[in-house]
Design a protein around this ligand. Structure first.
Ligand SMILES: [Zn+2]
Length: 283
């Protein structure tokens, strides 16, 4: 079974009024101001999954400036999950510092959402380096046993839209502050996974997992074979960042990476299924 741990969907009416939101929403304009940047509804995502043989996907919304747009997108994701219950696992998004964020998380859990993310610290105006400010979010996640999917990026290399400034160092600090939270660091955690070769760091990051979202934009595909040799291979999840990239181009990288059958099965779905089942996010 193939599971994509990291995709983004939008309500169709927001896709139709894209130029309005480009004018009004700062982070949205940075990512979707370019007409070539694709957007997808839930139906578009499921059609792509069908086309590429992906059975389940974690569906996330977006990092808006307005609280009302978070609520609308969360409602839409909940509705999408009820339409495609055996295909989509819905994650809620909230601006973590907003006073209403914990209550919105409670509401999303009621609606059947199973995690929080993709949080984008730079786009949402907070820093993982200030964990004390994030305690209300962490408490709400812990109360419901929700995993958090968080955008992390490489502290070196070229800049690109959406990269942000959330380095492995900040991600490490956040994980130490909330060791009980189940954290999934997107985009290989900006490289944090390689520091898990330090035995003490590996113990400290026992609840940290990684996805490979958008890898065709980031690392050489040799990273898959290298990552699967690390002593944390059970913590690595296949992910695309769809619709940023077509699912098949992300899958082809993995199938061409020279992994053995057991490694491929774990990376493409087995690891994520075990994680989601343990988090109560599997139905
Ligand atoms: Zn991301």
């Amino acid at each position: 079974m193939i599971i994509d741990f990291h995709t983004h969907i939008f309500p169709p009416e927001i896709i139709e009024q894209r130029s309005r939101y480009v004018r009004e929403q700062k982070w949205f304009s940075r990512l979707y101001g370019d007409r070539n940047a694709r957007m997808s509804s839930a139906r578009g995502l499921v059609e792509e999954m069908d086309r590429c043989g992906v059975e389940r996907a974690v569906a996330c919304g977006f990092a808006w400036d307005s609280f009302e747009l978070y609520v609308r997108t969360n409602d839409y994701i909940a509705e999408a999950v009820s339409r495609f219950p055996d295909r989509l696992i819905g994650f809620a998004n909230v601006p973590p510092l907003h006073p209403e964020a914990p209550a919105e998380i409670d509401r999303c859990v009621e609606m059947g959402l199973k995690g929080i993310g993709e949080l984008k610290p730079t786009g949402q105006g907070f820093s993982l380096d200030e964990p004390e400010k994030l305690a209300p979010l962490a408490e709400a996640a812990a109360r419901h046993g929700l995993p958090l999917l968080i955008h992390i990026s490489e502290p070196v290399g070229r800049y690109y839209p959406g990269k942000g400034f959330t380095s492995p160092r900040k991600a490490y600090r956040f994980a130490l502050a909330f060791p009980e939270l189940k954290l999934v660091y997107a985009h290989w955690g900006g490289g944090l996974l390689f520091y898990e070769l330090l035995p003490d760091v590996r113990r400290e990051l026992a609840n940290v997992y990684y996805d490979c979202a958008a890898n065709p934009y980031l690392y050489d595909d040799e990273i898959f074979a290298l990552a699967m040799q690390l002593p944390i291979r059970h913590k690595l999840f296949f992910a695309s960042d769809y619709p940023l990239l077509p699912l098949d181009s992300c899958l082809e990288e993995v199938t061409g990476a020279g992994l053995d059958a057991e490694q491929s099965a774990a990376l493409l779905g087995g690891n994520a299924e075990a994680f989601l089942r343990e988090a109560g996010a599997w139905s």
